[in-house]
Design a protein around this ligand. Structure first.
Ligand code: PMP
Length: 350
């Protein structure tokens, strides 16, 4: 995922004595940051990732469930001793910023853009950092909230190949840690493993946890679902639970589960621990249906192969060799809301 940032950024500063100041949308530029700022030493940085879309019906700019990003930003900030920011105010700033950058979203001027148009979006990256210039190890007295935006290419090209990690060598998150928070400190330490996976031709790491049980957690910067037929013949969507604090509460994950529970009540949606060995058993017994990663950046990304203990396990892709049926349906449901094709409470016009 590479991309270029747009030409503005939003900044708001905070100090322990005066609270949050007035927000400003200014030209995108490097930050004046003291080399002893706490963020550079103690990693008090958290961020969010979300997208702005243009409505296919009205041409207006929309965001998807921004209230969930607002809550998650505060939850992450709290984990690293940064201040909280009012949820509604955050959503208002996000909308104001997206409106300023709207020219980055394609618009034919025709409120009935056809389905064949590329689904364009602008990636929004809110973040908060501790800025107090102090090498002493204590809670920062100063912070900054920023929002920047970037044009990212969409991930449509091909099904993902995942490489299951070796929990003996590297785990992404652990109970009592901070895997549930979207803090920068969760990502830097994954890059070496990610780069090793890339060098072997895989797209993302499927992070396992617990060397004995080989439990599946997440797929790189995305949540992971497997769909299979259970031994007693039910169709089950399975994803790792949040209970250990080792998995990020993804907005896409949540939305997929809520829509499947509401619209396909015959299917079991389970948030439970499951192992990579259960995936292999489901593949070998023909019970596997499909698997996909999901998150803002990757959206719903079908998985075609998983490297597990030296074997490339093939996952079916029944729709034109590119996707499973359920992944395609979930993707379509979400797109309809994101691109304003239908009215839905999750789609917020800016
Ligand atoms: N897990 C991790 C580790 C992530 O970084 C992300 C991206 N935010 C996700 C899951 C998916 O979350 P969301 O659907 O909110 O983008």
């Amino acid at each position: 995922m590479t991309g270029s940032t747009t030409d503005h950024m939003l900044t708001v500063t905070w100090s322990n004595s005066t609270g949050w100041g007035a927000p400003a949308i200014v030209p995108y530029a490097p930050l004046p940051l003291d080399p002893s700022a706490t963020v550079l030493h103690y990693a008090n940085e958290c961020f969010e990732g979300m997208k702005a879309y243009r409505s296919k019906r009205t041409g207006k700019i929309r965001v998807f469930r921004p209230d969930l990003n607002a809550k998650r930003l505060n939850m992450s900030a709290d984990r690293i001793a940064l201040p909280s920011f009012d949820n509604d105010e955050f959503v208002a700033l996000l909308c104001a910023f997206a409106a300023v950058e709207e020219r980055w979203l394609a618009w034919s001027g025709n409120a009935t853009m056809s389905d064949t148009d590329e689904n364009d979006f602008l990636y929004l990256r809110p973040m908060m950092i501790g800025t107090t210039p102090r090498l002493g190890l204590s809670k920062p007295n100063d912070a900054m909230l920023l929002i920047i935006a970037s044009k990212l290419p969409s991930w449509h090209s091909r099904p993902l190949r995942l490489l299951a990690s070796s929990p003996e060598e590297s785990v992404r998150a652990w109970p009592g840690g901070f895997g549930y928070a979207k803090v920068g400190a969760n990502y830097g330490p994954t890059l070496k493993t990610q780069s090793h996976a890339s060098s072997l031709g895989y797209d993302q790491v499927l992070w396992l946890f617990d060397a004995d049980k080989r439990l599946v957690t997440e797929a790189g910067g995305a949540n992971f679902f497997v769909v299979w037929r259970t031994e007693d013949g039910r169709v089950e969507f399975v994803t790792a639970p949040l209970e250990f604090g080792t998995v990020l509460d993804g907005v896409t994950r949540r939305s997929v589960m809520e829509l499947v529970r509401e619209r396909m009540p015959e299917i079991s949606v389970s948030e439970r621990h499951f192992s990579v060995d259960e995936i292999v058993a489901a593949v070998d017994s023909g019970r596997i249906i499909e698997a996909f990663a999901c998150g803002t950046a990757f959206f719903i990304a079908p998985v075609g192969e998983i490297g597990i203990s030296g074997r490339d396990v093939k996952i079916p892709l029944k729709v034109e060799g590119k996707s499973g049926e359920y992944a395609r349906t979930a993707r379509r449901w979400l797109e309809e809301i994101m691109y304003g094709e239908i009215e839905h409470a999750w789609g917020v016009e800016v």
